[in-house]
Ligand binder design. Structure first.
Ligand code: ADP
Ligand code: MG
Length: 246
């Protein structure tokens, strides 16, 4: 009878953890002679933990990382020229508060995406709004929004994120039209939110990626004004074992 009441209230309030655990914890409370308050604290703690875990998982899913890797999993000894201290400083996430950017440049396989995801996951756990997107997908989305007349809303959506990770600049040529959209996005986020960008081209070679070098220059200016730039020029981690095996 009393159990029915507890269960129906817990259901009504979506207290899943309490619903699942109240009986078990009540037994424990009786055995350990817990006070009513102590019993209630135990149950509430379980509920809070579940809610936090759920919201973190939702955040991770919403952020659309291609995989989940952490900065701890990054082997800095494999990239001796990458300043580990600076990456650790970034992972304190003050760059998000400062609304500044981080740019990882280097050939394929050196860990650009890994580092971006690692920082992104950290930001998610710190409850920031984060989104990971490849430049290709981002430009497609902006282009469609422009055609549909919803570009302003789309730009607003992107400018509200605390951290936007744009992966893989350089894997396809950027037309003048696309470059303009990217410029609008970078401008919309300027000093409003942080960007992490990765590219397999160093800035000097961005002229090869962009059809319009003037817009390319404006985008670079907007990005690097407040930013940490990392040139990772070591070997590909993907080939690590192959190299070892000779
Ligand atoms: P990039 O984006 O530069 O092409 P990735 O970040 O995708 O490279 O790295 C390729 C793979 O190698 C990923 O699985 C990544 O986790 C791993 N990797 C790259 N560099 C390191 C490193 N220094 N320590 C640990 N794993 C690494
Ligand atoms: Mg990558």
């Amino acid at each position: 009878m009393i159990n029915n009441q507890i269960e129906s209230h817990a259901r009504e309030l979506s207290l899943k953890s309490i619903l699942e655990n109240y009986e078990k914890v009540a037994d424990k409370a009786t055995k350990s002679k817990l006070t009513y308050q102590e019993y209630l604290v135990l149950l509430l703690e379980m509920e809070v933990k579940r809610k936090l875990e759920n919201s973190t998982n939702t955040k991770l899913i919403k952020s659309k990382f291609p995989f989940t890797k952490t900065i701890d999993e990054f082997d800095f000894t494999f990239q001796p020229n990458l300043p580990e201290k600076e990456i650790i400083r970034l992972s304190s996430l003050s760059f998000i508060e400062e609304k500044s950017n981080a740019i990882f440049l280097g050939p394929p396989g050196v860990g650009k995406t890994h580092l971006s995801v690692g920082l992104g996951v950290k930001a998610c756990l710190a409850r920031y709004r984060v989104l990971f997107v490849t430049l290709k997908k981002l430009l497609e989305e902006l282009y469609i929004a422009q055609i549909e007349g919803t570009l302003a809303e789309k730009l607003l959506f992107y400018s509200r994120l605390h951290l936007l990770i744009i992966d893989e600049l350089g894997y396809m040529p950027i037309t003048k039209l696309h470059a303009n959209l990217l410029f609008q996005l970078v401008s919309a986020r300027y000093e409003k939110g942080a960007i992490i960008l990765t590219s397999n081209y160093v800035f000097d070679d961005w002229g090869q990626v962009f059809e319009d070098t003037v817009v390319a220059g404006a985008i670079v200016d907007g990005l690097i004004h407040h930013s940490s730039v990392f040139y990772i020029n070591g070997s590909s981690y993907r080939l690590k074992d192959k190299i070892k095996r000779g």
